[in-house]
Design a protein around this ligand. Structure first.
Ligand code: CP
Ligand code: NVA
Length: 301
């Protein structure tokens, strides 16, 4: 494992090892206080962030490392100098790069032209750190992740893709329910179906919200991702039947609600569900740090 660009690049074994190490770091933080001693991580963000930025910064600090945040107030990455020069220069000083970019290809370029590990902190295609935290969160509720039935309802996006790869590797059952025209990327679907078949999992895709039943957890995300220019009114009209509310949770028997955040209450999910007793949103947010720290220890420790 040289980078974390997408969960798709991980083997099942590597995914399980990251989850297990994350639990170990969460339980015994004192043993990892010097894990990144003398290491510096550059974080570069083209888009806003609360959870990712803060959980990496504080997480790196807890591992004894140093972190430097670069935002893109001076323009998008690649404007002042090529991404390749940027990556090569950062590699002269830093031990790893954490990057949140619009285009996934920018993260691939950083990995190609830099000489240090690159961690994807969200791109238009994937959000692997989120996916890892989410499976860590589910593993705290379910002993056997291969038995979990996870439904993702809403816009097929970067978060959906990462959940799909993770669920397939773990052999879980994942149902993705999206309005027509908002399904996950076709190539991702093909790859995930193959990975699921290898691992005894399954991926079901449907637009028919009435079709889903018997789920352990329902996951949703914003209907408009950062960088999407869709009209909110049009999206709200199209996605209205896909709102996660208590009636849907009850109908499918889902005990848990999940969301990567930020959540728009009364849009993709009702406040009753987002803030309800079955909501795992804060566990997911907390686990961002533990999952990322496990990745950092694997890559740099
Ligand atoms: N879930 C997540 O990535 O949150 P931020 O955009 O605040 O980092
Ligand atoms: N799909 C969302 C996730 C935010 C954490 C976005 O890309 O904006």
């Amino acid at each position: 494992m040289n980078h974390l660009l997408s969960i798709k690049a991980l083997s099942k074994q590597q995914l399980l090892e990251i989850l297990s190490l994350a639990k170990e770091i969460k339980t015994n933080p004192a043993q990892y206080r010097k894990a990144l001693d003398g290491k510096s991580v550059v974080m570069l963000f083209e888009k806003p962030s609360l959870r990712t930025r803060v959980s990496f910064d504080i997480g790196i600090n807890k591992l004894g490392g140093h972190c430097l945040y670069l935002d893109q107030q001076n323009g998008a990455l690649g404007k002042r100098e090529p991404v390749s020069d940027f990556a090569a220069n950062i590699s002269c000083w830093a031990d790893a790069i954490v990057a949140r970019t619009f285009a996934h290809s920018t993260i691939e370029q950083l990995a190609e032209h830099g000489t240090v590990p690159v961690i994807n902190a969200l791109s238009d295609m994937y959000h692997p750190c989120q996916g890892l935290a989410d499976f860590l969160t589910l593993s705290e509720q379910f002993d056997d992740l291969s038995k979990v039935k996870l439904a993702y309802v809403g816009d097929g996006n970067n978060v959906t893709h990462s959940l799909m790869y993770g669920a397939a590797l773990l052999g879980a059952t994942m149902t993705v329910v999206c309005p027509q025209g908002h399904f996950p990327d076709g190539q991702v679907v093909v790859e995930v179906q193959a990975i699921a078949a290898e691992n005894g999992g399954s991926l079901i895709l449907t637009s028919d919200i009435e079709q889903i039943s018997g789920q352990d957890a329902i996951y949703t995300d914003t209907w408009i991702s950062m960088g999407d220019n869709a009209s909110l009114d049009e999206i709200k009209a199209k996605f209205a039947p896909y709102q996660v509310n208590q009636a849907l949770m009850d109908k499918v028997g889902a005990k848990f609600f999940m969301h990567c955040l930020p959540a728009y209450r009364e849009v993709e999910a009702t406040a009753e569900v987002v803030d309800g007793t079955g909501s795992l949103i804060l566990q997911q947010a907390e686990n961002r740090m533990h999952a990322q720290n496990a990745v950092l220890v694997k890559l740099l420790g």
